[in-house]
Write a protein that binds this ligand. Structure first.
Ligand code: SAH
Length: 446
């Protein structure tokens, strides 16, 4: 979400004639876009912000813009006192405060019409930053802003505000614009992305949106994240299975494998319901890969309850598990009403146990790709190799002297590990069907 937000700001600044620089010392404007989902992210943001103060002292003309969840939708309040050298505070996803600030500095020299034209942010009318134009293969597109769910541990609803779906027309316009600028894959984003449209009366749902986007020529792949188990309808799963451009990859966090913990997290489902959902996903979408999120060390999580989570992960064998150690966040129910009772050492121990378990599972799943040919959408060069992803979101590296960026390439996988795979591009069409998928049979692509 922040990557998408930052791109929007960069693009708005470029329209005003600014250029990107890799060195903070050279900048006239610095935007620090922040995340506060866990204390560690917030600490990092405070660190970076403090490191900018000397630059401002050296160059009082420098405009510093603090953006994102550290500011939140309710405004800067305290922040202004802590960081008086910050010129502009912007809520998440909103470049306007910065543009207004720059406008007031420049306005005298421009006519009203010119200011309107240059400083307006048009929703859906997204011009990628220069660096990304023609180069970015896979783009993020927010479709639902904010969140109205109240998971007891989560600060996001307080900082990003209430759930608000963007209109299907705006999203389509934006995706078309991205495709015109070279993008081949979009990942639709929402805190609870499978609730898309439910906040609009008689609005479309995510299936409707997927069907509309599927019609866009030049767009090869569509993904979406993150889903909440309670809104993953069969209709949505059938739509994913049916539409060739929609990738068979689902991100649906469980957070914990114990009913009591789930109840205190206010997640709204039981472990068994999650289990049944995974079954449904696997039955309806053949070859699907599934990712989950887990929090270890939630207040009061006993060793036995943690063991339930461990056992659930071992049982379900999902492709990816994003692991986090519980971090108390301001305003949340868990931080106000529950004691952060699990020690840092114990949280780390639980984290490592799951990490090790999941590495084994991922290695096992990925090994099934060995000697198979997969479709890879190539994103960029990484050191000496091309880097891309399978439809199931597995990272694949391969070597080729050709310019492969943005292309869909058949790759024969000859090495797999828990986090990535390596292969050789092959020319499927040059070989009759039914051949064994070995390098000898397929022949390397020149
Ligand atoms: N709305 C999305 C993303 C939330 S943030 C969702 O529900 O999945 C991404 C992940 O951060 C969450 O899934 C959760 O696992 C983790 N997270 C959120 N709040 C946290 C907290 N207070 N402590 C530790 N991890 C947290």
């Amino acid at each position: 979400m922040n990557v998408a937000d930052s791109q929007r700001v960069a693009s708005a600044l470029e329209r005003l004639g600014y250029d990107a620089t890799a060195r903070a010392e050279n900048a006239d404007v610095i935007v620090l876009n922040t995340c506060v989902v866990r204390q560690s992210a917030e600490d990092k943001a405070h660190g970076r912000l403090s490191s900018l103060q000397p630059l401002k002292e050296k160059n009082p003309e420098l405009v510093i813009n603090l953006m994102g969840c550290m500011v939140g939708v309710k405004g800067s309040g305290e922040m202004q006192k802590v960081y008086p050298f910050v010129d502009v505070f912007s809520p998440p996803s909103d470049p306007q405060p910065l543009l207004d600030h720059l406008r007031s500095a420049e306005a005298q020299e421009l006519t009203l019409h010119e200011t309107e034209e240059r400083f307006a942010v048009m929703d859906g009318d997204l011009l990628l930053p220069r660096e990304a134009r023609g180069n970015l293969v896979s783009a993020f597109v927010p479709i639902v802003y904010g969140c109205s769910h109240a998971c007891s541990y989560c600060v996001i609803p307080f900082r990003r505000g209430a759930e608000q779906s963007r209109s299907i027309g705006t999203i389509t316009q934006e995706v078309r614009a991205l495709v015109d600028q070279g993008v081949r894959e979009v990942t639709l984003l929402g805190q609870i992305v499978d609730r898309y449209g439910l906040d609009i009366e008689n609005g479309p749902n995510l299936s409707d949106l997927l069907r509309v986007l599927h019609e866009i020529d030049g767009l090869d792949r569509i993904r979406f994240l993150t889903s909440h188990p309670n809104w993953m309808t069969d209709e949505l799963l059938h739509t994913v299975a049916e539409l060739p451009k929609v990738c068979e990859h689902i991100e649906v966090p469980v957070q914990a494998g114990d009913d009591q913990v789930l109840e205190r997290m206010k997640r709204g489902y039981s472990v068994d319901a999650y289990r049944r959902l995974i079954d449904r996903i696997r039955v309806i979408i053949p070859g699907v890969s599934i990712a989950t999120d887990i929090i270890v060390g939630f207040p009061g999580e006993t060793r036995a309850q943690f063991q339930e989570t461990y056992d659930l992960l071992a049982e379900l064998k999902l492709d990816v598990a994003h692991l986090a150690r519980y971090s108390p966040r301001p305003q949340t129910v868990s931080s106000r009403k529950m004691e952060d009772s699990i020690s840092d050492d114990e949280k780390m121990r639980r984290f490592r146990l799951l990490e090790e378990l999941q590495a084994g599972i991922a290695a096992e799943i990925n090994a099934t790709y060995h000697n198979k040919v997969v479709e890879v959408l190539v994103e960029e060069m990484h050191k000496t190799r091309w880097k891309g992803r399978t439809r199931t979101n597995k990272l694949v590296f391969f070597e080729s002297s050709q310019d492969m960026r943005g292309q869909t390439v058949d790759v024969l996988i000859d090495w797999t590990g828990p986090w990535s795979m390596v292969g050789t591009p092959v020319d499927k069409t040059a070989y009759p069907s039914g051949d064994q998928p070995t390098l000898a049979a397929w022949g390397p692509l020149q």
